[in-house]
Design a protein. Structure first.
Length: 517
């Protein structure tokens, strides 16, 4: 969807855990950028028509045998390059410098002293600032043409630059928030050194997407999978703006929705958004197919497949429709690796990416596929969607099925739905909704012994999860106040039959994921 853009940066990914963050920080400087795996074909990077390259960090040592190398097109392009950590070492090694193993690993916050405040990389930055470091190798000798731009107590060459060729290296991580002025350094690189204009704004995204959708669809028709979540609602609104009534939205009630969700969505679509929506009651067929299925990936695949089948059937009823639009986001693409991107390991099949069956009667339109969630929210506001909808917590496509560990049955669904509704009620009552990325109840398959009204009980355990996150890729558990937890627990035990114990999940992502599955 973003072809033909310039004022773009290509971030070459060498496997750092912070690669995603580089992309975010550059986009915060209002410059579009994408992550390109280091071993991707040259065309993938050059098709972006980048104005410069950033080389990410990575776990390897440049002198290790299997270490990923610098793709030749980077230096051949003559464009500005900023190497970060491993990226810096790679650049130095490639250009004739010397990289060596440090006696002492440098890890954590160090104080950077900028030795060349004239360098455009540090323009407007203070002489000294805390920076985040994490490396075992260091540059022993600079390549010809480079000079040192800064040092820390452990790294005499913490920053280097060849101003003529616009090649730079940082031994620390500017993308990490512990590097106090890291965003400023990155924005100096992309705006002043690469010369990118600040074109990545919600308004420009809407204009470009509308133009591209019009061009792609022509006089064709589109069916959009609309769940009422932020992503699909923004997708539908973009398409509505582009092609008006040649868009038909299909809302599938798969029986795995939250309490009151169908009514809430009807109100939103019809009263606020003027969207044309076909409602499909598919509760029975999803539940039938999920009967006896315990494996989480299996559940996801069945739901993903069934979704598509429902759409195909609706499309046949609606007449010839060539396109299917969905609200796939960038993190969905990256986490469902094996979809052609990144070095990331496959974590789970998001229903709208890895879960798609291979036989499909539609061409996909995914206007948000390179966006992060907070960017989607800004686009939603730009399109005039109500604040309350734009700030809705994410809700997974496979719905409550991933919040029931084990088999999905009508009884278990009723339990998790009731518990979830209490959690949401109490979070809103405590005015915490906007402080939290997501919170919900999970029905575990564990039964435990309890006592109620002098009687022994043997019933299910429900777990409560509340997390903060920037984009769902990483998350921290939220320290819910004991009074709020207490109210949630008391109400669930009193109001939801079948549950006699409530626990609170205090793990971050990683090592856990947000959903339990
Ligand atoms: P995990 O559990 O992978 O979740 O840490 C990350 C974020 O993604 C949401 N999620 C999904 N969203 N379709 C979606 O649209 C899915 O299949 C899906 N699975 C997880 C999850 O709720 C969290 O916000």
């Amino acid at each position: 969807m973003i072809a033909g853009r310039s004022d773009t940066i290509a971030v070459i990914d060498f496997g750092s855990q912070y690669s995603q963050l580089i992309v975010r920080r550059v986009r915060e400087a209002r410059v579009y950028c994408e992550l390109i795996p280091h071993d991707a074909p040259e065309e993938e990077a050059l098709n972006l028509r980048p104005s410069g390259f950033i080389l990410s960090g990575g776990p390897a040592s440049v002198y290790a045998k299997e270490a990923p190398s610098l793709p030749p097109y980077v230096l051949k392009s003559g464009l500005p390059v900023l190497g970060i950590c491993y990226g810096m070492q790679l650049l130095a090694d490639e250009l004739g410098g010397r990289v060596a193993r440090a006696e002492k690993r440098e890890y954590g916050v160090s104080e950077l002293h900028v030795s060349d405040l004239e360098s455009p990389l540090f323009a407007g930055a203070p002489f000294s600032q805390p920076v985040w470091t994490s490396h075992g190798d260091f540059i022993e000798q600079l390549p010809a043409g480079f000079k040192s731009l800064g040092y820390t107590a452990n790294s005499p060459l913490a920053a280097m630059g060849d101003e003529d060729r616009k090649l730079y290296g940082l031994q620390f991580h500017p993308e990490v928030s512990h590097t106090r002025h890291g965003g400023h350094i990155l924005s100096n690189f992309v705006q002043h050194i690469c010369g990118c204009k600040e074109t990545w704004t919600p308004q420009s995204f809407v204009e470009q997407s509308v133009r591209q959708i019009k061009k792609l669809v022509g006089s064709g028709r589109v069916i959009c999978a609309l769940s009422g979540g932020v992503d699909s609602t923004v997708t539908a609104s973009l398409l509505h703006e582009a092609i008006g009534n040649r868009l038909t939205n299909v809302f599938v009630d798969h029986g795995l929705l939250r309490k009151g969700e169908v009514e809430r969505n009807r109100d939103l679509f019809e009263r606020h958004l003027d969207l044309s929506v076909v409602y499909v009651d598919a509760r029975e067929r999803f539940l039938d197919r999920l009967q006896g299925v315990v494996d989480p990936e299996q559940k996801r695949l069945i739901i993903g497949e069934e979704f598509i089948r429902v759409f195909e059937e609706e499309a046949v009823k609606l007449g010839p429709i060539q396109y299917l639009a969905q609200g796939t986001l960038y993190p969905d693409l990256i986490e469902s690796a094996g979809t052609g991107r990144g070095g990331a390991a496959r974590i789970k099949a998001h229903h709208n990416v890895g879960g798609l069956p291979s036989r499909m009667a539609f061409t996909l339109i995914e206007p948000l596929r390179y966006l992060f969630k907070d960017e989607v929210r800004q686009v939603g506001l730009e399109l005039g969607l109500p604040e309350e909808m734009v700030h809705r917590h994410p809700f997974p496509g496979p719905g409550l099925a991933v919040r029931i560990v084990g088999e999905v049955t009508p009884e278990r669904l009723a339990m998790v739905r009731a518990a979830d509704s209490i959690v949401m009620d109490e979070i809103r009552r405590a005015m915490l909704y906007r402080d939290i990325w997501q919170c919900f109840a999970v029905l575990t398959p564990i039964k435990s012994v309890g006592v109620m009204g002098d009687q022994r009980t043997y019933e299910y355990v429900v777990a409560i999860r509340a997390v903060t996150s920037e984009d769902g890729m990483t998350a921290d558990w939220f320290p819910l106040a004991p009074e709020v937890l207490g109210r949630i627990s008391t109400r669930i035990i009193n109001e939801v039959p079948g549950i006699n114990r409530v626990v609170y999940d205090v793990t971050s992502k990683p090592p856990s994921t947000i959903e339990w599955e």
